[in-house]
Design a protein around this ligand. Structure first.
Ligand code: NAD
Length: 435
């Protein structure tokens, strides 16, 4: 099959590359010339483990192409995917659909023969109807179907998630489009991946409901962690104790500094707006949004309290800036709130992240970005572990002690224990563990 992928960001590049690896011929299109030039020079514009090799393989086998010019790829495509951004609209929290509708207009003018137009971007309920209306209006003779096929991949594990998903969701009422989608995902039948075929509006809602539910789980365990600190309990043991119950499940029960990233914050907000527009209560999600955004700021207070209530003139080293390990994505990362609040309280911030510093530099001011973890902690009054990159799990504690002004560690990811750190001479605090 021939696929055109509009938008070559995290989702478009990974999905396009994986479809090519399935054997389809894929053209990834983006308006960002620097991105396309980089890809055509063999450089990968994002940090995603395994992607570089998979792109190189499919480019050399002539199944994967990159261009800024959508014309030929769309004319020839059996399926055109829309994988553009749907950020939060400034001012009101709704998803901004400008890029999706602009892509729909471009597609409309170019499609030839029966073409399936697939929204892979996360879009509010009813967006597929509007995409359909745009295409009909722009090109009344076009033969097409609009399908919702939300993407569930996680940055940092994106290739595996795409190739071995828990399920594929296809939302359309067109049988012909279902056949095309089944053919595109046919290699997944080998893994017996469930393909859920549903109506388009239901499919659109599935994506938001999934992300909101995960955000609820994280926020729930974060609040339980706070309670643990007050009542002498240990959140990791609570997580294990509840997570082994199959009805609950152990995933997304790790207490931490609050969720961030390019999806949960904007998708919970957008779902709340969808519900408000439909005059349907979604109080659980509304409070999750409020609790999580307060939590990110509270993490800076935790650091300040740990340092005796005053960080004015003190130096604090942050290990990890990205919202999670194995990505360079800084969107809505808790580190942004933590740094801002520490700086407002007069602290000097030094930081190291293995992948996200280039992005972080665009979003943070006054931070000294360092060459490695030991450079970051030099002469610091405390270390704050913000992102649980593997390389922070086995730090050389003796070396750290000689470099630090004071052996103090705030572990916002619970990657060490107080016994371990205490026995090595560190003053240590973490999340939700009274012991
Ligand atoms: P991104 O910002 O990384 O990439 C979007 C790309 O689209 C950009 O490179 C932009 O230049 C390009 N673009 C915009 N309009 C275009 C047009 N008309 N023609 C060609 N290119 C155009 O975004 P992303 O993180 O890949 O997210 C895309 C969508 O997928 C969003 O709706 C997001 O919510 C959803 N999603 C993201 C993830 C994730 O982990 N990032 C996971 C699942 C779903």
């Amino acid at each position: 099959m021939r696929v055109a992928m509009i938008g070559t960001g995290y989702v478009g590049l990974v999905s396009g590359t994986c479809f090519a690896d399935f054997g389809h011929v894929v053209t990834c299109i983006d308006k960002d010339t620097s991105k396309i030039d980089a890809l055509n020079n063999g450089e990968i514009p994002i940090y995603e483990p395994g992607l570089q090799d998979l792109v190189a393989k499919n480019v050399s086998e002539e199944r994967l192409f990159f261009t800024t010019d959508p014309e030929d790829a769309i004319r020839q495509a059996d399926a055109v995917f829309i994988a553009v951004g749907t950020p939060t609209r400034r001012g009101d929290g709704h998803a901004d659909l400008t890029y999706v509708y602009a892509a729909a207009e471009e597609i409309a003018a170019l499609i030839e023969g029966f073409t399936v137009i697939v929204t892979k971007s996360t879009v509010p309920v009813g967006t597929g109807d509007e995409v359909e209306a745009i295409i009909q209006r722009t090109n009344p003779d076009a033969e097409f179907a609009v399908v919702s096929n939300p993407e569930f991949l996680r940055e940092g594990a994106a290739i595996n998630d795409f190739k071995r998903p828990d399920r594929v969701v296809v939302g359309t009422e067109s049988e012909q489009a279902v056949d095309v989608m089944r053919e595109l995902y046919r290699p997944l039948y080998l893994n017996e991946t469930p393909i859920i075929v549903t109506r388009r509006r239901t499919s659109e809602l599935i994506k938001y409901a999934a992300n909101a539910f995960l955000a609820v789980k994280i926020t729930f365990i974060n609040e339980i962690a706070d309670l643990c600190e007050k009542v002498g309990a240990n959140v990791q043991e609570v997580s294990r104790g509840i997570g082994l119950d199959n009805r609950i499940g152990s995933k997304f029960l790790h207490a931490g500094p609050g969720y961030g990233g390019s999806c949960f914050p904007k998708d919970t907000l957008a779902l709340s707006k969808i519900a408000a527009d439909a005059q349907s209560d979604l109080k659980v999600v509304d409070s999750v949004i409020e609790v999580n955004s307060a939590r990110k700021k509270k993490m800076a207070d935790k650091v300040i309290d740990f340092l005796g209530g005053d960080v004015d003139g003190k130096t604090i080293a942050l290990l990890g800036l990205a919202f999670k390990p194995n990505t360079d994505d800084m969107r809505e990362a808790p580190s942004l709130d933590i740094v801002e609040k520490l700086q407002d309280a007069g602290a000097n911030v030094r930081a190291f992240d293995p992948a996200s510093m280039e992005e972080a530099e665009k979003l943070m001011t006054g931070v000294l970005f360092c060459d490695g973890p030991y450079h970051a902690i030099e002469n610091a009054d405390a270390v704050v572990i913000v992102t649980e990159w593997d390389q922070f799990r086995a730090l050389d504690l003796e070396r750290m002690k000689t470099l630090l002004n004071a052996p103090k560690v705030v572990d916002l990811r619970n990657i060490y224990t107080s016994d371990y750190m205490g026995s090595r001479g560190f003053e240590y605090t973490s999340i939700g563990r009274s012991y």
